[in-house]
Design a protein around this ligand. Structure first.
Ligand code: CTP
Length: 446
């Protein structure tokens, strides 16, 4: 019996896939089809796949050509599969000509003719409305945001708003956009809003954008009080709009994997989470300006708190803070948050440098994520018995903003108001803890 294997994503299954599967099946007696897992595709930068792995597997089965369907989940798996399934022929479309010659050490490699004029990418592009994104603010993060949108299907940044004409025009020129200094006119000309303006302006811009029926992605810190966060999420819900906090780490594949590993009990019961983030900033800068809600807590509280809230939940008991102040802003803050059965601490610095790692301690072991943990690309699960330790590596593409943009668009396209990667109630708790700090509750100056 001749056993044939072939691989693919098979998104939005089309005639090209069907022809390929038919030809592959005709090469032998038994056809195994490897369908890529969602995380494998994301890991190799394929962010725009529409159907999930179950839908894609069902579609391949429905063609009737596959005798067996398996999931491809890691790099190098093809060699394992060929040996495990005793495969005689590896077949793939001619668009891969030459790329899989290395498999000829294990079996015969056949490149089959590719069907011209059709691909999943083409179908995705054809069926997609392209949303016009307007950027509010022209700072560092906005500059990084625009190029990141180019790798995500379905949206294009077309406009920038800044009340300062010169800034707006220079940003627009740099990125090939239209410049606006009137927010209402700007809102009229776009479909989606990305708010990346100074912290204290977020609330108003988001409120106005939602009132104008626009979906919003808002930079961190989202807003600086629980009340404001609740109000904005309520408004979004009432108007059936997506409002997402751009807490980029929440959407990063490796961080998501840490959360699911922890929830599945790999380190036992979680007893302590320690997260740290420090970025030294030279004056003069808005981070060091109390009038502009500068300070380490406002800057880095959102991400360090995100880790704690994602891992220990929203039912915290009490929090206290210890800050080193300079010119009215905290240049370093350490906070301790207690839970009924766990404790957590975070340290944030803009004028004090500290190790920026994340350590999650449990009753069976711990997870160590080295600095910069918020751009997670590597972490390690460690035990008393070191032979059981395991290291996990991921690719973190570009600036990492593409993951949050992709999530935002997917929520809009699929009419999802809530996202499990960052629940609205989690975002509200982050705003609440920052608000307590700003109100001076349990804050000790050191
Ligand atoms: N294939 C083909 N003819 C096409 C499209 C795909 O023969 N017009 C083949 C590929 O060469 C591969 C298999 O179908 O062997 C699965 O490819 P996949 O990457 O899932 O399909 P694409 O349509 O090329 O997807 P994308 O546009 O996302 O790259």
């Amino acid at each position: 019996m001749t056993r044939v294997i072939t691989y693919g994503t098979y998104d939005l299954l089309h005639q090209g896939h069907i022809n390929l599967l038919k030809r592959a099946k005709e090469l032998g007696d038994y056809l195994i089809v490897g369908v890529t897992s969602d995380s494998f595709d994301r890991g190799r930068g394929k962010l725009n796949v529409r159907n999930n792995v179950l839908e894609r597997v069902e579609a391949v089965k429905a063609t009737g050509y596959a005798d067996e369907v398996i999931i491809e989940d890691y790099l190098g798996q093809k060699i394992d599969d060929i040996q495990n399934y005793d495969v005689d022929i590896f077949a793939i479309g001619s668009d891969w000509e030459g790329k899989f010659d290395y498999l000829s050490e294990y079996c015969k490699v056949v490149y089959l003719p590719r069907t011209e004029g059709i691909s999943s990418t083409m179908l995705r592009e054809e069926s997609q409305t392209v949303y016009r994104i307007g950027v509010v603010g022209c700072g560092r993060i906005a500059n990084r945001f625009v190029p990141e949108t180019k790798v995500v299907n379905g949206a294009e940044v077309t406009a920038v708003y800044n009340p300062d004409k010169a800034e707006s025009e220079s940003f627009a020129q740099q990125h090939g956009l239209s410049a606006y200094t009137n927010y209402d006119v700007f809102l009229n000309d776009i479909d989606l809003v990305y708010v990346a303006s100074p912290h204290l302006t977020h609330y108003n811009y988001v409120m106005k954008a939602l009132s104008a029926e626009k979906h919003v992605l808002c930079e961190i810190p989202f807003v600086l009080s629980k009340e404001q966060a609740l109000e904005l999420y309520k408004l979004a819900e009432e108007r059936n709009l997506v409002l997402l906090e751009a807490s980029k780490t929440a959407f990063c594949p490796a961080f998501g994997h840490i959360v699911t590993l922890v929830k599945s009990g790999i380190i036992g019961e979680v007893v302590d989470v320690k997260s740290s983030l420090s970025k030294m900033v030279p004056p003069p800068t808005r981070e060091l300006d109390s009038e502009q809600a500068g300070g380490a807590m406002n800057e880095h509280g959102p991400l360090t708190l995100l880790a704690i809230i994602k891992l220990l939940g929203i039912d915290w008991l009490d929090v206290d803070f210890h800050s080193k102040m300079d010119n009215g802003v905290d240049i370093y803050t350490k906070g301790v948050i207690n839970y009924p059965h766990a404790t957590a601490s975070f340290t944030v610095g803009i004028g004090v440098k500290t190790e920026g790692n994340l350590v999650i301690s449990g009753t069976k072991g711990y997870i160590y994520v080295p600095a910069p943990w918020w751009l997670t690309s590597y972490f390690e699960v460690r035990y008393e018995d070191q032979t059981k330790n395991k290291k996990y590596f991921y690719s973190y593409d570009g600036e990492g903003l593409r993951y949050e943009i992709q999530e935002w668009l997917s929520m809009i396209v699929n009419n999802r108001r809530s996202c499990y990667k960052l629940r609205r109630r989690e975002s509200v708790v982050i705003a609440e803890i920052i608000e307590k700090y700003r109100n001076g509750e349990n804050v000790t100056e050191i």
